[in-house]
Write a protein that binds this ligand. Structure first.
Ligand SMILES: [Mn+2]
Length: 387
């Protein structure tokens, strides 16, 4: 079993924060992810449920956390030498205790009886409970120092990878060759891989927002849009960059790119304490509409006739929370507080001109100015600064 490098103080603190929000009469139950069969005797790679990891740090299946205001038990698999021969070490009770900081570790054979007993005096709730999930989202949105370190490391590795890719892109390469560089660099730098399916979208492929076939040839005079990030200690990076394949933008590509970059910078400045994703979307859509008019995609009169007309050029939102999930928990009306991390990702997609451009970086909310955690890569990325 994988053992997290994050220390138990984080998980102890996370549980305390949840316990402060639970009432005396409620017990919350968090289950680990299942192992999903792939084919034959193969299973998909195991990824722990994000809430269970956040509260315990335990990375194995068949784990259940039962937590109340003044109660905390964790249930795990009994160590079994036969299984261990084939699939590796199963954590002992002592190890679970050491990783999670939970004092009462029990085998999962005792779970049903424990829940039956608790049921008589408490209300038992699980991940289907909306209020509990809202609490988890508001807790997970604000990062503890150890979480920020993990996120920064994920971003650093993604940045290093991007810089290598940027210098090797050539006309005639296949998209999957770039995907191969991503996974090579991620694993070589000590991560388990991607935090989501990577997008390497050249030419018209960039018009499909979640394109991930990555099997086309990179052609002269076209752009390639990369949207990818690694996962480090279960924390996700998320970066989108768009480059001219032959190294030089056409003047039209440059014009559209500069608009997206300008919008990215403007929206990023609004990522301050008290703002919300809803507010960023509102600001971004205003900027997109103006940009579309300037770029000649539609006129002011067209917009007056159909205020949704911009959606064919910009059909997605500008930001999402980032953390244990690439599209992390956190509502669109959740007010920003220091130590939240969100993406900033405006784009423009012009089908008739074969242009799809998105610029996305990861931004830390602070007491004062937002900090672009990709700032370094960003300055090196810009093929030509806005004039
Ligand atoms: Mn994103």
């Amino acid at each position: 079993m994988r053992i997290t490098k994050l220390s138990r103080e984080l998980f102890i603190r996370n549980r305390q924060k949840l316990q402060e929000r639970l009432d005396e009469k409620t017990i919350a139950i968090f289950y680990s992810s299942d192992e999903y069969p792939r084919n034959g005797d193969q299973i998909f790679p195991f990824r722990q449920d994000s809430n269970l990891f956040y509260l315990s740090g335990i990375e194995q299946p068949n784990t259940t956390l039962v937590i109340g205001k003044n109660f905390c038990n964790i249930f795990t698999n009994k160590t079994d030498p036969h299984t261990e021969t084939w699939t590796g070490h199963i954590l002992s009770k002592e190890e679970v205790k050491a990783i999670s900081g939970i004092k009462t570790v029990r085998y999962d054979s005792a779970l049903d009886k424990t829940l039956d007993n608790l049921h008589t005096n408490y209300k038992l709730i699980g991940q289907e409970d909306k209020r509990l999930m809202n609490i988890m989202a508001s807790l997970r949105a604000i990062k503890e120092p150890q979480e920020l370190e993990a996120l920064k490391r994920a971003i650093e590795i993604t940045k290093n990878t991007y810089l290598k890719i940027k210098d090797s892109i050539k006309v005639g390469m296949m998209e999957y060759e770039i995907e191969a560089m991503m996974i090579y660099e991620f694993v070589r730098q000590g991560t388990k891989g991607h935090s989501f399916s990577p997008i390497v979208a050249s030419g018209e492929n960039a018009l499909c927002l979640h394109y991930c076939d990555n099997d086309s040839e990179l052609k002269d005079n076209e752009l390639v849009l990369l949207d990818f990030g690694c996962e480090y200690e279960n924390y996700a990076a998320d970066l989108s960059m768009t480059l001219p394949i032959n190294g030089v933008f056409t003047s039209r590509q440059q014009e559209v790119y500069n608009k997206v970059l300008e919008i990215h910078n403007k929206v990023k400045q609004e990522m301050v304490k008290g703002a919300t994703i809803n507010k960023l979307n509102y600001i971004c859509i205003g900027l997109i509409k103006d940009a579309c008019i300037t770029l000649g995609l539609f006129t002011k009169e067209d917009l007056e006739g159909d205020e949704q007309i911009y959606k064919q050029y910009y059909p997605h939102g500008v930001s999402h929370f980032l953390g244990l999930d690439a599209h992390d928990v956190g509502a669109k009306d959740l007010e920003f507080l220091p130590n939240m991390v969100l993406t900033c990702e405006p784009g423009l997609y012009i089908k008739e001109e074969n242009i799809g451009i998105r610029i996305e970086t990861d931004v830390l909310i602070t007491e004062t100015q937002p900090i672009d955690l990709f700032a370094l890569v960003y300055s090196q990325l810009t093929p030509q600064p806005i004039s």
